[in-house]
Design a protein around this ligand. Structure first.
Ligand SMILES: Cc1cc2nc3c(=O)[nH]c(=O)nc-3n(C[C@H](O)[C@H](O)[C@H](O)COP(=O)(O)O)c2cc1C
Ligand code: SF4
Ligand code: SF4
Length: 249
């Protein structure tokens, strides 16, 4: 079983890859008694941690009696632009609250999606293509380890991980995650509804006549910005920085 949160789509792509790779290689040849249930958890790194909205979803999931005592092996794949800070520690302490101890975790670099601060920009086309090719190779390696139910911790914490995850992360959420600064250009918008469709938390209302309306429970993923076919959505520092669409599965 796989549970996945994805904003722009990088993580969904990675989850689809692993799902296909593990099934292709015949994971079902183990009997369920032998292996118990395997759970895969996929999410993007937002501000050196698990997206807050997904933390709540994970708690809901594990509090559900149907999911308690069900999983004997849990693997976690997080996609990031660069590094994950102390996310692996955060993940493990969350899962251990629910008695899960056989936990593997890896981070996979994917093209950057965050651009709404000075100095933050998309990867060049060449760099993005290279990251995706490298990610594909790594996912194949991890798929094999997952099938063998190996315990691994292969993550890129980066430098100053404590400062990033413990100091900068709460500041980022406090100061930068809200939808009040999104502006939709009325001359560009064609009312196609794509922004509403891609928003993973259903935070946008769209109608054929009105401009998209943000409903103030945004998680800051920028999927609406990247997927708008007219680049009609801007935030504070996004102007002129271009858009990114994830690879198709
Ligand atoms: C709000 C936000 C915060 C991010 N923070 C980080 C970060 O702390 N470290 C990092 O390496 N990448 C960061 N990124 C980049 C994403 O983790 C990366 O591009 C990821 O693959 C996006 O996956 P998604 O398309 O499934 O949302 C951030 C992206 C967003 C939108
Ligand atoms: S995706 Fe862009 S063009 Fe389509 S409704 Fe949203 S803002 Fe308008
Ligand atoms: S409204 Fe917020 S949560 Fe929804 S797609 Fe846009 S940035 Fe992501």
């Amino acid at each position: 079983m796989i549970i996945c949160f994805s904003g722009t789509g990088n993580t969904r792509w990675a989850a689809n890859k692993i799902a296909a790779l593990t099934e292709d290689a015949g994971i079902e040849h183990f009997s369920s008694e032998q292996r118990g249930d395997i759970l895969g958890i996929f999410f993007p790194i937002y501000a050196w941690g698990i997206p807050r909205i997904f933390i709540n979803k994970l708690h809901q999931f594990f509090r559900n009696p149907e999911n308690q005592g069900k999983f004997s092996y849990v693997y976690v794949v997080c996609t990031c632009g660069d590094d994950i800070g102390l996310t692996d520690k955060e993940v493990k302490s969350l899962l251990q609250q629910y008695g899960l101890n056989n936990i593997s975790i890896c981070s996979i670099q994917m093209p950057e999606t965050y651009i709404d601060l000075p100095g933050f920009k998309l990867d060049t086309h060449v760099a993005a293509t290279k990251k995706i090719a490298e990610a594909e190779k790594l996912l194949s390696v991890f798929a094999k380890k997952i099938q063998r139910q190996e315990i691994f911790n292969e993550v890129n914490r980066g430098t100053c991980s404590w400062i990033k995850s413990r100091i900068l992360r709460p500041l980022f959420y406090k100061l930068f995650v809200d939808d009040k600064k999104f502006v939709v250009d009325k001359d560009l918008c064609i009312h196609c509804g794509k922004c509403a469709k891609v928003c993973p938390v259903h935070n946008i209302d769209c109608s054929p006549t009105n401009l998209p309306q943000y409903k103030h429970h945004c998680t800051g993923c920028l999927a609406c910005y990247h997927h708008c076919p007219k680049n009609a959505i801007q935030r504070i520092y996004t102007k002129g920085k271009g858009q990114y669409l994830p690879p198709l599965f």
